[in-house]
Write a protein that binds this ligand. Sequence first.
Ligand SMILES: N[C@@H](CCC(=O)N[C@@H](CS)C(=O)NCC(=O)O)C(=O)O
Length: 249
Amino acid sequence: MLCSGGGGDKNSPMITLYGFGSYFGLPDQSPLVMKTMVQLTMAGLAFDVSVTGYMNAPKGKLPYIRDGEETIADSTFIRKHIETKYGADLDSGLNDLQRVQAWTIERMVEDHLLWAITYVRWTRDENYAKACALFAAFPQAMRGSLAEPSPKRMLDGLQAQGFGRHSEEDVTELCSRSLGALSTHLGDKAYLFGERPAGVDATAFGVLACLGTDVFDTKLTRKARSFANLMAYRERMMAKYFPEFGASA
Ligand SMILES: N[C@@H](CCC(=O)N[C@@H](CS)C(=O)NCC(=O)O)C(=O)O
């Protein structure tokens, strides 16, 4: 798939973004791959998406990108790369305090709320089969040892992070605090820091896109979908960056 950044044509499409692919009505099943898709687009960079890179992921996870001779793993380092190499400041409209706030929000979303997605997909009996179907649907190039051990790795990750030790009620309560903080911060603004999206909007969108799909229906996802301004924001970001996925994703 060739994606053209909204800002135009700063480079030839020499960047390849390695993702999982489109599942569950989303541009990619991974919030962090979607984050990077949005950030590349914000930077005006054209890119190809490949779903064949998982087995070669330098840090064992996606996303990573190949930019000419360089390989950069991890969504935060990818952002640093595109800002450094292409001079694109994704927080250009933000003052110093807002930049700090944006980083704080990003950590809350990425290092806390994001785990709710893993929890919802891999610990709920009613969702586990759907999540496993994801691996079954992976292209041959992404299979190998991946299809079997990954669910276990998700559960091990949840144990290490902590959500795996809590009841669904407790995880929902913890995530409600972060969703509430995000919702209050957003208020009635179009994006987290005003009328223009900043880098952190890509992160928040990726996670809300996943929590907002009705493919995985749990107490936690219903809670997430109850934040009307966050869901409207999710739709706004989807329409802006992935119009082909429309309002129903
Ligand atoms: N800190 C990394 C985290 C990447 C990450 O957790 N990727 C997940 C998908 S959202 C993954 O590849 N999971 C598959 C696995 O662990 O096997 C980043 O920001 O890129």
